[in-house]
Design a binder for this molecule. Structure first.
Ligand SMILES: CC(C)(COP(=O)(O)OP(=O)(O)OC[C@H]1O[C@@H](n2cnc3c(N)ncnc32)[C@H](O)[C@@H]1OP(=O)(O)O)[C@@H](O)C(=O)NCCC(=O)NCCS
Length: 220
């Protein structure tokens, strides 16, 4: 049964290999168990905010507070779709899509992680393709941005293999030490060249206004 008040819970993006949906609290518990098993080599830090360095139970509680804050603070002018990724009904990772002033700007950013057992099998690329389909096909985005540390070969490889172009470097703190972050940008034209016809979006119409969009589905 559709959620009576929060239609985002019924939004689904499906590819032949996976499904992305807005997680319930039960899904978040299962996703937290995936994080507990490890999502990166502890010797390196792929994230700008080093949240995976937090010891338990602060890390798990911090994750829940972050997810809940994204729900509570959702506004059409500033939203984070913190999606959970499922393979055969099992949570395997997270794929976020976020934007500020999406209505006029039509620009999105993404962030993601997978549990280590699911990495290196093409799923990172598949879930990024899925969320880009939501952004470009579903929401009419004109540009998508991403960023990764210079040595994060899997994340950079995901972006580049989907057509993103390098868009400059930024020096940021990584675990308190300056390091280089690579910015990447995918235009609508470059996405269209690789547009897939095997990705389905369900339940978007009811939440278009939450993404800051008036008008009909797919209108640019
Ligand atoms: C980043 C992440 C989501 C990528 O997902 P993945 O499933 O491991 O990546 P895929 O198997 O889909 O590979 C995507 C592309 O990157 C390439 N790639 C993957 N790992 C690579 C590596 N270690 N070195 C070079 N290229 C690599 C693949 O060959 C593929 O490109 P191709 O299709 O042109 O061959 C995943 O590795 C992850 O969760 N890492 C830890 C958290 C993280 O770094 N999050 C991102 C923070 S910016």
């Amino acid at each position: 049964m559709p959620h009576p008040y929060w239609p985002l819970f019924d939004l689904r993006v499906r590819t032949p290999r996976l499904e992305i949906r807005y997680p319930t609290d039960d899904d978040l518990c299962r996703l937290t168990a995936v994080i507990d098993e490890g999502i990166h080599d502890p010797d390196t830090m792929p994230f700008l905010i080093p949240w995976t360095d937090e010891p338990p139970p602060q890390r798990q509680r911090g994750s829940f507070q972050w997810w809940w804050s994204k729900r509570a603070q959702w506004r059409p002018e500033d939203w984070t779709f913190a999606g959970a990724v499922f393979v055969d009904g099992e949570p395997v990772g997270a794929q976020d899509l976020l934007a500020k002033n999406f209505g006029p700007l039509r620009t999105v950013r993404t962030g993601s992680w997978l549990g280590r057992p699911w990495q290196g099998r093409g799923l990172g690329k598949e879930m990024r393709a899925a969320i880009l389909h939501l952004a470009f096909e579903g929401l009419g985005a004109t540009e998508a941005n991403s960023e990764a540390f210079h040595d994060n070969a899997a994340s950079l490889g995901t972006s580049r293999s989907l057509g993103y172009e390098d868009n400059g470097l930024e020096t940021v703190l990584r675990r308190g030490t300056p390091d280089r972050m690579v910015r990447l940008r995918l235009t609508r034209a470059d996405w269209l060249r690789r547009r897939r016809d095997d990705i389905a979006i369900d339940g978007l119409e009811a939440c278009r206004d939450q993404f800051g969009l008036p008008g009909a589905l797919g209108e640019p």
